[in-house]
Write a protein that binds this ligand. Sequence first.
Ligand code: DGL
Length: 274
Amino acid sequence: MSVQAPIGVFDSGLGGLTVLKEIVNRLPEYDFIYLGDNARAPYGPRDFETVYQYTLEAVKWLFDKGCPLVILACNTASAKALRNIQQKDLPSMDPSKRVLGVIRPTTEVIGDYTETNHIGILGTKGTIESGSYVIEIQKSFPDVTIYQQACPDWVELVESGDYQTSKADQPVKECLDNLLDQCAGIDTILLGCTHYPLLLPVIKRHVNPAVQIISQGEIVAESLVFYLKRHPEMANRLSKSAKMEFFTTGDTDHFRHAAGVFWGKELPAEKAFL
Ligand code: DGL
């Protein structure tokens, strides 16, 4: 049997921790290496090629750490880089390894949440402009109408820590109003960026409580549990000693503190050079 190694989880910054937290809740026995490219976040405004190159570097770095399975816990990277990496790069890098994203698992179930068949999607400029959510949801739920809104400032609010201050209210309200003004029948809003769940208390202040706000973490975690059941050959390659390691391309002190506020305890991080 080959050497067992951790699951790699990647995001442009802190947002992927909202996904990792739910994965750890569901799969506490597994080992994880988290990589945040905080030095180059946000990815949302960057062009296709740049997001692809940065994400590819991160995947290679996690592969070099031994991870046989990497989760792109970032919608922007999933929208702009995943397909290329899966189809073009993986066969030459290591065809036995796997890279999974967060958009497909979300779009496979999101239609089950709506009663009105009107769903709003909030995401980065890159994710929204890619049209990935609209294309994928229509495959699984052709009767659902999608309304989209890019939220250009939200990732910065999270990365800087300003999401915990009143500075967040105005930009959050503005994007929510732009989304909800598109259709009075929206009963479900998907947070299509892994950073946005950190803004949930602010978002809830500006949305009618009848509208449900869906974060992806639990959906992605559930989908990973199912994936590992269907792929025991991959599950057997993953180490299970309940260990987590955190790496950032940015400032390690900032990561430890900022991630800790969200995680409930400080998360010591090591420096990763991509
Ligand atoms: N968490 C990333 C996502 O889900 C944030 C993207 C960014 O860095 O702009 O899209």
